[in-house]
Every structure is written in C-alpha cells, then in structure tokens.
Design a protein around this ligand. Structure first.
Ligand SMILES: NC(=O)c1ccc[n+]([C@@H]2O[C@H](COP(=O)([O-])OP(=O)(O)OC[C@H]3O[C@@H](n4cnc5c(N)ncnc54)[C@H](O)[C@@H]3O)[C@@H](O)[C@H]2O)c1
Length: 255
C-alpha cells in the first residue's frame, strides 16, 4: 500500500473521475474525504469504498464558497487531524459559445472550476505545510486544445495549468508539490454532458473515441491511478507538471 493512512481530500468525488480516484486512493490505504456539493452522491461513493474495506467520509461542500470550504477544512482537521493530499477535481462545463453563455453561467463556471481550486488550496495550504503534502489539480487536454462550444470551460482548464505552476513555485521550498492532470475524454459526467449537447450524442461519443490514438475514451480509474502516482513518494521530484493522461488525444487516425 503506497498511501497507508494518508488523508486525501477529493472535491467532486460524488461522481466520475473524483469517485474513481477516491476508490483508487482507498485501495492504497489512504483515508478519503469525499467532497461534493451533492451529499447523496458523496455518501454513495463512501458506501462503495467502505464496502470493499476502505475508509472514507462524505462532506457536503460548495467549492465556490469560501465559508463552505473553511467549514470543510475544520471538519477534516477535527475528524482526521491532518491532510496529506488535496485533489481539486470539482468542475462544471457550460457547453455554449461565449455569446450564448449568460453572465450567471460564466461567473458560476469560473467560480467553481478556478475559484474552487483557489479556495481549497488557500485554506488547506497551512495544513499541507505541516505534512509536506501535495496538491493535484484536475485540468484537461482542453487546457491545450480547445473544442467547439465550450470556450469558457477550456479557459478555466488552461488557467489551472498556470495556477499549478505558480503554486508549485511559491510552495516548492516548503516541500509542497503541486501538479495537474490533463485527461483526454473520460467516460464520466462532463464528457457525457458534452455528448448530450451535440445534435447526435451517440455519433459524438463514437467520434470522440477516434480522436485518441487508442481509439477509445478513457475510464475514470485510469485518471485516478495517475493521481495516486503523483501523490506517492514515487513522484517526489515532480512539481509544476501537467501530466497528460489522454490515450494519445489528437493523434488518432481520422475515422
Ligand atoms: N470527463 C472528461 O472527459 C474529462 C476530461 C478532462 C478533464 N476532466 C476534468 O475532470 C474533473 C471531473 O470531471 P467528471 O467528468 O468526472 O465530472 P462529473 O460531472 O462526473 O463529476 C463532477 C462532480 O463535481 C461536483 N460538483 C460540481 N460543482 C461543485 C461544487 N461547486 N462544489 C463541489 N462539488 C461540485 C458534482 O456534483 C459532481 O459530482 C473535472 O475537473 C473535469 O474538468 C474531465
């Protein structure tokens, strides 16, 4: 077990990549804090983890709210006494052009996707300093390659790459490593929402698979395992990195 007794806080872990990551960390012996705005889904993740012998708690949190994040930090410290790994994974995706995006949709997407990384990092950093812990931010290949109808989402994912490097530089001397993961299409909530927003969702899903050299979209646990590696001592000289887990996105043969 590579992460025995370490405490990992994973935002957006009531679904998709976050839930799969929580399971992978629990399999490596970590105690998982499953954070989500949707408490019922967070509790389902916890049930799945404990059913296989893992340790996890669910905490309802809105990562876009400073008060909510501060109460999460208090709860983690009161219950588990420490934090070793923070995974900033929660995000939403507005599948619209900038012109069609309402001001409220724009502000919400920015507040969750980028503001959530800022707030969770800001309020967990004093405690990560104690454990010489690590932060993993969930970016996307959309941080490098943009696609139609999600300009605002792609902008938040590009910004996370910059924020990751900035935090890595500021906190490296304290022994805190900060990296991000850039997944290709993964069989999880946000990709599904994108397919559903296309005129023919089934065709969109098939075409998306063929954008990858491996000719398929990825599985959430394939991202979770990369997160485990980044959090482990095996990645001790990695910081400020954008780790691409994308099945060769952009290099697939045309269908
Ligand atoms: N699915 C993909 O193809 C893909 C590809 C690249 C990157 N990503 C990134 O991976 C991450 C997870 O994506 P996913 O597809 O698993 O998403 P998902 O929709 O399956 O899960 C996201 C979770 O975040 C939660 N959430 C939303 N707003 C929140 C808030 N304000 N506070 C707390 N929790 C909140 C949701 O309730 C949900 O459980 C995102 O950062 C996304 O940008 C996904």
């Amino acid at each position: 077990m590579r992460l025995k007794d370490r405490v990992v806080v994973i935002t957006g872990a009531g679904s998709g990549i976050g839930r799969a990551s929580a399971k992978e960390f629990a399999r490596e012996g970590a105690r998982a804090v499953v954070v989500d705005i949707n408490l019922r889904r967070a509790q389902e993740s916890v049930e799945q983890i404990t059913a296989t012998g893992g340790t996890a708690i669910a905490v309802e949190t809105d990562v876009s709210s400073a008060a909510s994040v501060q109460s999460l930090v208090k709860r983690v410290l009161a219950t588990l006494r420490r934090v070793d790994v923070l995974i900033n994974n929660a995000a939403i995706q507005v599948n619209k052009t900038v012109e069609a995006t309402s001001v409220d949709e724009w502000n919400r997407q920015l507040a969750v996707n980028l503001g959530g990384v800022f707030l969770c990092s800001k309020f967990f950093l004093p405690h990560l300093r104690v454990t010489k812990g690590t932060i993993i931010n969930m970016s996307s290949v959309n941080g490098f390659f943009v696609e139609p109808m999600c300009a605002g989402y792609c902008a938040t994912k590009a910004a996370i790459i910059g924020l990751t490097k900035g935090m890595a530089i500021d906190h490296g001397k304290e022994g805190i490593r900060v990296n991000c993961i850039c997944p290709g299409y993964i069989d999880a909530g946000l990709a599904e929402g994108y397919f559903q927003a296309q005129p023919d969702p089934t065709a969109a899903r098939t075409a998306a698979g063929k954008l990858h050299a491996l000719w398929r979209i990825g599985r959430p646990e394939e991202v979770g395992r990369a997160a485990v590696f980044l959090a482990s001592d095996e990645a001790s000289f990695m910081t400020g990195s954008s780790v691409v887990v994308d099945g060769g996105f952009g290099s697939g043969l045309p269908p």
